[in-house]
Each structure stands twice: as C-alpha cells, then as structure tokens.
Design a protein around this ligand. Structure first.
Ligand code: AMP
Ligand code: GLY
Length: 452
C-alpha cells in the first residue's frame, strides 16, 4: 500500500517512519518532507508548496492514481487542516487521516474551541472573548491579577501571553488588537483564568462520522501521556518555543488523573463531536493543566503534537498504518492500541538564535555508529540536503540546517533516567555550528515554570 504524509517537520518524519515500519506499506511519499525523510527507508520526498492546497491535492491525486484502494494520506500540520485540505482530499475521492474543515476550527479558532468546550461540558479554564479592545482592557483592570491573553487565530505559538498582571496583559492586547502583530489572528482575544500546575499532552486517535455515531462505534482512543518542554532554557526558563523536547509516558502520573481526564474531558469531547455531526477522522491533541481541582483543558489541537509525536510513536506496539486504516474505516473502536513498556526521552537540538532569527545552511555532522550504539533514532525537522530548495528524490548530499528546530534525538529505556542517558549520549554524536539543546529534558520539574 502507498501512503502520503503532508508536512516537513519532526512530527512528519516520525509519522513517515511509523508508516514505513508496517510490512503492508510499500512506499511513503512525503510532501514536501525534509532532509531526514529523504533518506528514511521506503520514503521519498515530493516537492510541493505546503501553502498551496490545490497543488497538494493535485500531487496526492497524481501519486495515488492507480494504486491500491487502501492507500491514504496523513496530514501532519495545522495550517493545511485549517485551510480545508482534508475536505478537499475527501472530495477528490482520496482516503485521508485528518479532520475536515469544520472540526479543524477547534484549533484554528480558540473562541470556537472554548464555545465547544462550554457547550459540551468539557472541564476547561474559564475565559471570555473580546472583539473590542477597550472592553478587553477594562476586563483586565477588573481582574487585576495574573491572566492569560490568547489571540483567537493560528499564530504559530506566538498567540498566547501569560501575564502576571495588567501591564503585560494590556501590552499583549494592544499588540494583538491595535498594532496587529499577528494580523487577522489577533482581531479577537480571549482573556483566560491563569491556572497553575503541571502540563501534560494527551494525543489520541479519533474516528467520528455521523455513520459511526449512529452505529455506536464513534471513538477517541488516547495514546500514552506525554510532556513537552516549551521554554528555551533549562529549569523552564527563557522564552516559549515550539518545543525543546518531549518525554513519554509521563513518570508518576496517577491513574486517577487519567480517569478524571476520561470522564471530564475525553468523553464530553466525544459526545460534542457526535452532537455537532462532525466528520472527524484523524488525531486530536489535548493540552492539559493538572490543577488541584483536576485536569483542565487548555487547548485542542486537531493533529499530533510536535515534539510529542517523536516521543510517543517509538512506544507503539501496533501497526501505525493499520491504525490509520481503522480511523478511516470506522473500526478504530475495536483496534487495540498496545504500548511497549519503558520510557522515551527526546531532546530537540535548535539553531543558535532560535526562537528569534537564526542562520540556515550550516552543515550537520553525525557519527551514525555512535548514535546507533546508544539505540537512539534521529527525527529531523529543520534539516535539508545541501542548500537546494527542495528535497525531491533520494539525495545523498550533505545535510544542512534549514530551520530553528533542527532535529530530535529519541531514545528508549526501561526508566526515564536510562532513556535520558541514551538520548544525551546520542546527542554527543551530533553537531552543527551554534547547536543548542536543553540538558534537562526528562528531569523532574523540567517543564514546570515557577515564575510568571
Ligand atoms: P496554548 O497554546 O493554549 O496551549 O498555550 C500555550 C502555553 O501557554 C501552554 O502550554 C501553557 O504553558 C500556557 N497557558 C495557556 N493557557 C494557560 C492558562 N489558562 N493558565 C496558565 N498557563 C496557560
Ligand atoms: N507541542 C505542542 C504542539 O504540538 O502544539
């Protein structure tokens, strides 16, 4: 069977690898892929502009024409999902893992997501939405304490400001609503209650259609819990990033928390997707804060997390391609998601200057024998072959940096400490000029920020 992965990040490299592990998958095409997917066994990159939905539909149609009927496409990132790529592929008769346009707004609009959570009784942080800046600023003065300011639209991780008090909150509101730093994404803002606690991510497979809802087989199946480390520096200090590393499962997580997650968040979400008559066949990401009064949902993402995917997928004890087919066919409710014992630690190496500006085109040196010896695997993200504009085909060129988050090193161990040791051992075998990584991924407290 032929499969296609849309996207070019570390998450997409992990998805492509997971698909390629299936004996039933003959080929994985990555649109556009990266320098890592270019050399992954069974994988081939196909260049296309990720922002041009029509071009992606054309490429998928061309590549899948005449292939086995069970061929399918997995959409990795949020932007093409928000732009309606899944619906367009379904209309073109292509099987796809990724929610259609309407449910994709659960990530593309935080206001829509919050309305959904409130309507369907999902345990979440309290918030109000404002379209008028004067009203929003008045609300901040009334609260006169810590709040979280969120731009409504997709902002590539730049749309959330955790404010210790009115001064920072008002600056964020003015930036979003008056200066327009995020363009149309910041025209509406949410002012949300500030919650304290540990954060975890639960990724899940979803198979909900009006037909499966009627048959009683609509389902959401959670993966092992994981944790991102969003701050740039050790000890959860420095600016927020796209993610400096992930672990899975989360050590010491009480079973009662997962049970509360199931009853207060997962089940109401499933009931809501059914009630809205959505066609949601793909993945969902629950971003949770573990508060003293139970887990609260901070956000939905309508895709797998990055870098959580790079930590979670190596623990699969099932065939990822078969799971994708079960999502599409509506048989996910009887698909057994089994997980290997042990833990994964996956620190991310970034370019000097990230998350602000950073150089590109720097050669990446890897001692593959040393990486293999530590049992680790590298998932590439901002890495390309030579300085060419695309990674089409299967080049043998020099890998060079092309993004802020360059790669994640993923290692497995019986304990999180052993996984950590292997991952950091492998990172020693990787270098590029200005390479930076956190030293504390997987240490207790590494993801918890004590100060606002
Ligand atoms: P989001 O994109 O909504 O997940 O927000 C990005 C990050 O901001 C989260 O991972 C949290 O670290 C932080 N955050 C979001 N909402 C809240 C909240 N209500 N209270 C405290 N921190 C928050
Ligand atoms: N790791 C957070 C995200 O994927 O949005």
């Amino acid at each position: 069977m032929k499969t296609i992965v849309v996207g070019s990040g570390g998450r997409e490299h992990a998805i492509a690898w997971a698909l390629a592990c299936s004996p039933d998958v003959s080929e994985v095409l990555c649109i556009p892929g990266n320098g890592g997917t270019a050399v992954e066994p069974k994988c081939t990159n196909v260049s296309a502009n990720i922002h041009d939905i029509g071009a992606i539909v054309d490429a998928c149609t061309r590549e899948l024409s005449g292939t086995a009927e069970d061929s399918f496409v997995v959409i990795g990132p949020e932007d093409p999902l928000a732009a309606g790529l899944a619906s367009r592929l379904i209309d073109a008769g292509i099987r796809v893992v990724g929610p259609s346009h309407n449910p994709a707004t659960l990530e593309a609009s935080k206001d829509t997501a919050k309305k959904f959570m409130k309507k369907h009784g999902v345990s979440c942080a309290q918030s109000e939405t404002y379209t008028d800046m004067v009203d929003a600023i008045a609300a901040v003065h009334r609260i006169n304490g810590p709040v979280v300011i969120k731009a409504d639209g997709l902002a590539g991780g730049k749309g959330v400001v955790v404010a210790p008090g009115p001064e920072v909150a008002i600056k964020a509101i003015q930036d979003f609503m008056a200066t327009g730093t995020l363009g149309s994404a910041g025209r509406k803002v949410l002012i949300e209650e500030y919650l304290q606690g540990d954060e975890i991510s639960i990724l899940a497979a979803v198979s909900v259609t009006p037909e499966s809802a009627a048959a009683g087989t609509a389902t959401i199946k959670p993966f092992v819990p994981s944790r991102d480390h969003k701050r740039l520096r050790d000890g959860a200090q420095g600016p927020n990033t796209g993610g400096m590393g992930a672990i899975a499962p989360v050590p010491g997580l009480d079973a009662s928390i997962l049970e509360q997650f199931r009853t207060d968040i997962l089940e109401p979400t499933l009931a809501g997707l059914i009630a809205e008559k959505y066609d949601y066949r793909g993945f969902i990401f629950f971003g949770l804060m573990l508060t003293p009064s139970g887990p609260k949902l901070l956000e939905y993402n309508v895709r797998l997390g990055d870098p959580e995917t790079q930590a979670v997928l190596p623990l699969m004890d099932f065939d990822f391609a078969h799971m994708c087919m079960a999502i599409i066919d509506g048989s996910l409710d009887s698909f057994d998601l089994r997980w290997k014992p042990g833990f994964v630690c996956s620190p991310v190496a970034v370019s000097r200057g990230y998350p602000l500006s950073y150089p590109k085109g720097l050669p990446i040196f890897i001692n593959h024998d040393a990486v293999d010896k530590s049992g680790a695997r590298i998932f590439f993200a901002g890495a390309t072959n030579d300085n060419r504009s695309s990674n089409e085909g299967s080049p043998a060129g020099q890998l060079v940096t092309s993004g802020g988050r360059v790669l994640a090193v993923t290692a497995v161990g019986d304990t999180i400490d052993i996984a950590r040791k292997h991952a950091y051992q492998a990172l020693k075998a990787v270098s590029f000029e200005g390479m930076f990584f956190r030293q504390d991924i997987g240490l207790p407290g590494a993801a918890v920020s004590g100060n606002l």
